[in-house]
Design a protein around this ligand. Sequence first.
Ligand code: NAP
Length: 300
Amino acid sequence: MSTSTRVLVTGATGTVGRHLVPLLRRRGAPVRAFVRDRAKAIDALGPDVDLAVGDLDDRASLDAAVAGVDQVFLASANHPRQVAWETTAIDAAADAGVRRVVKLSARGAAIGSPVAFGDAHGRVEEYLRGRGVAHVVLRPGFYLTNLLGAADGVRHGVLALPAAGARIAMIDPRDVAQVAAAVLTGSGHDGRTYDLTGPEAVTGDDVARELSTLLGHRIDFVAVPDEAALARLAADGVPGWFATATVAVFGQLRRGVQSEARDVVRAVTGREPRSVADFLADHASAFPVADDALAATTRR
Ligand SMILES: NC(=O)c1ccc[n+]([C@@H]2O[C@H](COP(=O)([O-])OP(=O)(O)OC[C@H]3O[C@@H](n4cnc5c(N)ncnc54)[C@H](OP(=O)(O)O)[C@@H]3O)[C@@H](O)[C@H]2O)c1
């Protein structure tokens, strides 16, 4: 295992990046975190991380950040400018002679995907392949952290998602970070595209059952129609393009595109991926119980 490689982590304050930075440091790999906001980064990562403050929209800040770096972990947010941001970062890395780019993508990434997020990732992947820099693509499925967004309903005994009948091999983003750390500090991965999943595919009813057991009050899964999901996202102030893409993701999930678990996390890291129950147990405090739900449970 090579540990001397210097890694620039973009999206370092994000869902995967915030776990990847400490994992790399523990492995002895020098890390630089590319962040927009120094104070937020210190809050997320601690005070002693090498920070490159910049913006993916600012090529000069990327050029400064990649100087002296061997590898780049490329992650950003779902955003109308995601393709522009990430292709600019790939250019900066390639022009600076960075040895390898590890791109955080998503399952089903493909140009022309019916899901805008998947189309964007497909475009970035194609650009990366054409830029001639060694690369690895990580394509995780549905993050278990998405369930945290359902906490309001769970408080009152309802897990509401537009996921009727969907079986989804949800993954804990901490396991995505484990794979990224193994790839960035290991060898033999160049050119590979890894589909990353949790250990098993689960339904909304399965998740509701796990939550009921964990929280000690009854939670029922409720399948939300797409129109209601869109209206809810709009009411929450979510931009229309993001809401449409999010509901399209669930449409794909109902078609079963993520209904099979893959063995890649274990194969790359040597560890079993975390289960839904593991994830929920570690995040129980994110699901407070409302008085009305407790009272209903007592009455049952
Ligand atoms: N959610 C899922 O189920 C799922 C599944 C598979 C793949 N993914 C992929 O995972 C990626 C991350 O998604 P997420 O929703 O979990 O987001 P996230 O990682 O929580 O946040 C995005 C990160 O990108 C940074 N960022 C955003 N705009 C930036 C800019 N202009 N310049 C520099 N940094 C910027 C953010 O920094 P700040 O802290 O400054 O905002 C943050 O660190 C996306 O590409 C998504 O497609 C998600």
